[in-house]
Design a protein around this ligand. Structure first.
Ligand code: SF4
Length: 226
């Protein structure tokens, strides 16, 4: 697998926010979102080739139960199930963070953390925007992920206008447990996070969706490795 980085920090987002976790960042993502905060992991070449055994060994250097496999987009890597099996055998709790663009059957993870991308993520570059639009949403794939996993759905919110798109998408997917839906502010910096959080908090109060904090932005201003 092409691995961009492995590091120990706190889970910053979602229902497991605050738990000390080892992060495994898989290199490569086709989406190129406008506000992506891990652009350094977009290309496969941004990662070093590692066997699943090597990755599992590195992860176990920290005395930590929680492992977050993130990216990039880990669900497009065919070796991912093998890595998850090895980490499960070592007693780890595995979260996979994905944009929800690919489904792999028999993935024994504990939490599928799905962050479907909205129109606020379309890249500025026209060529990249076309690729992004074609691959950012697959309702059938989202349905498979939700039907077959313990999941959470996290939406990155840039403005109040995003709410109608979120609700339309949830209707299209159907069968969603709304208690598993979270909204989080689009924010690359601590200042941006603090500015946008009240708007997102109001949307949460209005809809009943949960607010997802972003501890890595709040505490460390999104510094790499946090
Ligand atoms: S899907 Fe995630 S990793 Fe890929 S470009 Fe978008 S924000 Fe970045």
């Amino acid at each position: 697998m092409h691995i961009n980085e492995i590091f120990y920090s706190l889970q910053g987002e979602g229902f497991l926010a605050g738990l000390p976790s080892v992060f495994v960042r898989v290199a490569g993502c086709p989406l190129r979102c406008r506000w992506c905060d891990t652009k350094y992991a977009w290309d496969k070449e941004a990662g070093r080739q590692n066997s699943t055994d090597e990755i599992a060994w590195t992860v176990q250097q920290w005395p930590c139960k929680y492992v977050v496999i993130t990216g990039g987009e880990p669900m497009v890597d065919s070796d991912l199930p093998q890595l998850v099996r090895e980490l499960k055998a070592a007693g780890k709790h595995i979260t996979i963070e994905t944009a929800g663009i690919a489904y792999i059957p028999d993935m024994p993870c504990d939490l599928m953390s799905i962050s479907p991308k909205l129109s606020n993520s379309v890249p500025d570059d026209a060529k990249l925007a076309a690729i992004h639009k074609n691959s950012k949403l697959d309702i059938a794939v989202l349905g498979e992920l939700i039907d077959n996993h313990n999941y959470q759905l996290k939406f990155v919110v840039d403005s109040v206008n995003d709410l109608s798109e979120i609700q339309e998408l949830l209707d299209k997917i159907g069968n969603i447990d709304t208690e598993k839906v979270m909204l989080m502010p689009q924010a690359a910096t601590r200042d941006e996070l603090l500015t946008k959080s009240p708007m997102v908090a109001d949307l949460c109060k209005q809809t009943g969706f949960a607010f997802s904090q972003r501890i890595q932005v709040l505490l460390w201003n999104n510094e790499r490795g946090t």
